[in-house]
Design a protein around this ligand. Structure first.
Ligand code: R5P
Length: 293
């Protein structure tokens, strides 16, 4: 694309570089040094377009560091470019989209103010936790879905009598979409989370999953708690094999190991967060979104 530059942030090097090549943009690399006190010093290498710049930087842990880097990149790009689009493949803080308990701060509102303040003209995110989070933004936003890409990958596994499962009712629409794309049925379990301790439990009764291959679908896996409880429940109900497909594999601490021990055969996530399970590339869907923007 003419007169377009892509600034690749430190947290999205592999995805951002792929994306920049695909849209034939000027690649601007960011050299980052994080000081012992946690401050980030960023130096950009490359030519920033006067017309349009896309900044790509995921906000996974260290969340606050990656967030300030994203904001800094937009702020610098805005000094040169008329239009700056911020692509945040994984948007940290997306779960803080409402006041669950009195006094809680809706951090998504703060993010909306900050991204506007540094001059982003549009924010693009991938499979955001809930659309409510984006309602706090006054700038244009777009949520794109990695589900078709995840489905393409899962289809290659040739599963037996597959069924799509959401670990909770909140993910019902996601599972429905996944199932439609996959060409199978779906169901959503009932999960209860203690708002104070964060602990989860599955409160569904019996489900008909006997001898079926299951795909547990979620937007993100953080500690793995939701998936582990669901997998243990489904194993007790005599499921055959359980696969997990999620867009954002945070997989904190030893979540991956714990999920595997709960009976999950394979975890598949996207490169919104790079890691061992990030087998699905989302550069094409970001490219489509940018082309339409
Ligand atoms: C919750 O509603 C989300 O969709 C995920 O299921 C949840 O945030 C994953 O977190 P964890 O892996 O810690 O259970």
């Amino acid at each position: 694309m003419n007169n377009l530059s892509v600034i690749v942030g430190n947290s999205s090097v592999q995805l951002g570089t792929k994306f920049a090549k695909k849209c034939k943009a000027n690649l601007v690399k960011s050299e980052v040094r994080v000081f012992p006190d946690g401050e980030s010093k960023i130096t950009l290498k490359g030519k920033i377009s006067s017309k349009k710049t896309i900044v790509i930087q995921s906000v996974y842990p260290p969340v606050d560091t990656n967030l300030i880097q994203a904001l800094s990149l937009v702020s610098k790009a805005k000094e040169f470019s008329k239009e700056v689009i911020l692509v945040i493949p994984y948007m940290g803080y997306a779960r803080q989209d409402r006041e669950f308990l009195p006094g809680e701060i809706i951090t998504m509102k703060v993010l909306a103010q900050m991204t506007k303040g540094v001059g982003a003209s549009k924010i693009i995110v991938v499979d955001i936790h809930s659309k409510l989070g984006l309602k706090h933004f006054k700038t244009k936003t777009q949520n794109i879905s990695a589900i078709p890409e995840l489905v393409k990958y899962l289809k290659k596994l040739r599963l037996k009598d597959p069924l799509i499962i959401s670990p909770d009712q909140g993910g019902k629409e996601r599972a429905k979409l996944f199932a439609k794309e996959f060409g199978s049925e779906f169901l959503a379990l009932e999960k209860k989370r203690d708002r104070k301790t964060g602990k989860v439990k599955i409160i569904s009764k019996e489900v008909d999953v006997k001898n079926k291959d299951l795909i547990l679908v979620d937007d993100m896996i953080s500690t793995g708690g939701s998936i582990i409880h669901a997998a243990e429940f489904l194993k007790k109900q005599k499921a055959r094999q359980i696969f997990v497909a999620c867009t954002h594999g945070l997989l904190l601490n030893d979540a991956e190991k714990k999920i595997k021990s709960s009976g999950v055969k394979q975890i598949i996530s996207t490169n919104s967060i790079p890691g061992k399970t990030s087998k699905v590339d989302i550069s094409n869907i970001i490219l489509e979104a940018i082309t339409d923007a």
